[in-house]
Ligand binder design. Structure first.
Ligand code: C5P
Length: 419
């Protein structure tokens, strides 16, 4: 499909630029004629000489080069190709494209072209998920720019998530498709952003924060849960396209955007709120639910002058266990958390069995670790088949990884249910 086609490859300045050299080679193997434009930043990562040797042509990089303009003006450069491929399409290049900037040769060619553009984004996960980049990508999609990738994975910057550039072989495939047909055709599989929304169409219920169990109208039994981890998971699930219902106990942090948030105070209220939202595809029980409540909270404030009160407690409903053991309408995936102060894995394994869930995310909340209320977390994923230890990371990062993990688990679980 690429045989005899002229590709103008614009190499942006990112670590993934080394893959673009391979892209040149693979495109030429398919019979394409490749001409290369490099940004100034790209030349920090790969040399013009490498790109020129592999493409068998000179590399263009200077908007104001007299020689280049005499040989072939930038307008001609932008029009003589059959397809423009931008790889890596950095956050900066996407922003320039979305806003029509023309302050270097690459941006000018992209603005001046009347040809199809295929972009292979590559950037840090936070940059890719940033609302500014989301807006730019949405604008470019509406303008008819096609995308291949990015994919989720471990990144050069040490983070994990969507942002890795598609592999050269995949970009060549996508280029073969993009160079055919009409831009108004539906986007071929793999060229849209759906891979970035792996939980699209899935309903996810998440509990977060503590519960407060009243002793009297002014006093309660509570715990140190801040809601940070649960809220971060809710935000990550919403970013992954899920329809999220966050059921939050009393917390001091703001409601995350892009979801329905139900505020509750007690474990009983949390239980009722969860049941009212069922059925769902996924239930993630992050809340630190009080195991007991005061049997009969006092109707009036207990006076200090009265005898020291004896508090009689009764057990609260176990929300996680009751959802996981539902005979009908059990969510496909039920995930619990286990906050432990000792024998973390052993207790988590027992909890997995007892509660009947599919996965327990165990964490050590002994005060030395500062998890409760803190911003970082060290978790272990405990399932019936084994334990996976994750390094210590920000709660947001735990959330993103967990959502990616859930998205990977879901198809197998769904298939298992059907068979
Ligand atoms: O038994 P334990 O409280 O350690 O279990 C922790 C897990 O169970 C968490 O996922 C928590 O949200 C859930 N849980 C619950 N309802 C309770 C107690 C715990 O859903 N009453």
């Amino acid at each position: 499909m690429l045989f005899g086609k002229r590709i103008l490859l614009i190499i942006g300045g990112g670590i993934a630029a080394y893959k673009s050299l391979e892209l040149i080679r693979r495109s030429r193997e398919r019979g394409a004629l490749v001409r290369v434009v490099m940004t100034a930043a790209a030349q920090h990562f790969v040399s013009k000489l490498s790109a020129a040797s592999l493409s068998g042509d000179k590399v263009y990089d200077d908007l104001f080069s007299l020689t280049d303009e005499a040989e072939m003006g930038h307008i001609e450069l932008s029009r003589e190709a059959d397809l423009i491929v931008v790889a890596p399409a950095t956050a900066d290049l996407l922003a320039k494209m979305a806003h029509g900037l023309a302050n270097d040769l690459a941006a000018t060619v992209l603005l001046a072209t009347d040809k199809r553009i295929l972009a292979a984004p590559a950037m840090n996960v936070r940059m890719w998920l940033h609302p500014a980049t989301r807006r730019n990508v949405a604008t470019l999609l509406a303008d008819g720019v096609r995308f291949v990738g990015p994919h989720a994975g471990d990144m050069a910057c040490g983070e994990f998530g969507p942002g890795r550039m598609a592999e050269p072989a995949e970009i060549v495939e996508a280029a073969g498709v993009a160079v055919q047909g009409d831009t108004r055709l539906p986007l071929p599989a793999g060229l849209d952003l759906r891979h970035d929304r792996p939980l699209a169409g899935k309903k996810v219920i998440i509990t977060s924060g503590p519960t407060f169990e009243p002793i009297d109208p002014v006093r309660y039994i509570g715990n140190h849960s801040s809601g940070k981890q649960g809220h971060a998971i809710a935000a990550a699930a919403a970013s992954a396209g899920a329809d999220v219902i966050l059921i939050s106990g009393p917390v001091a942090i703001a409601d995350p955007v892009g979801m329905r948030v139900v505020h509750v105070t007690t474990a009983q209220e949390m239980y009722e709120a969860v049941v009212a939202q069922l059925p769902a595809d996924i239930f993630i029980s992050v809340a630190a639910v009080a195991d007991w409540r005061i049997a009969e909270p006092a109707g009036q404030k207990i006076s200090k002058s009265s005898a020291a009160p004896v508090l009689t407690t009764v057990e609260n409903p176990d929300i996680l266990a009751s959802v996981a053991h539902r005979a009908q309408g059990r969510p496909t995936l039920v995930i619990g958390f286990a906050a432990e102060t000792q024998n973390v894995i052993e207790h988590a394994r027992a909890k997995l069995q007892r509660k009947g869930c599919d996965l327990i995310v165990a964490n050590d909340v002994s005060s030395a670790h500062g998890v409760m209320g803190g911003t970082r977390n060290t978790v272990h994923l405990v399932t019936a088949t084994g334990v996976v230890d994750w390094p210590t990371m920000d709660k947001e990062e735990v959330a993103r990884r967990l959502v990616a993990h859930i998205a990977a688990l879901l198809p197998a679980k769904t298939a298992g249910e059907k068979s």
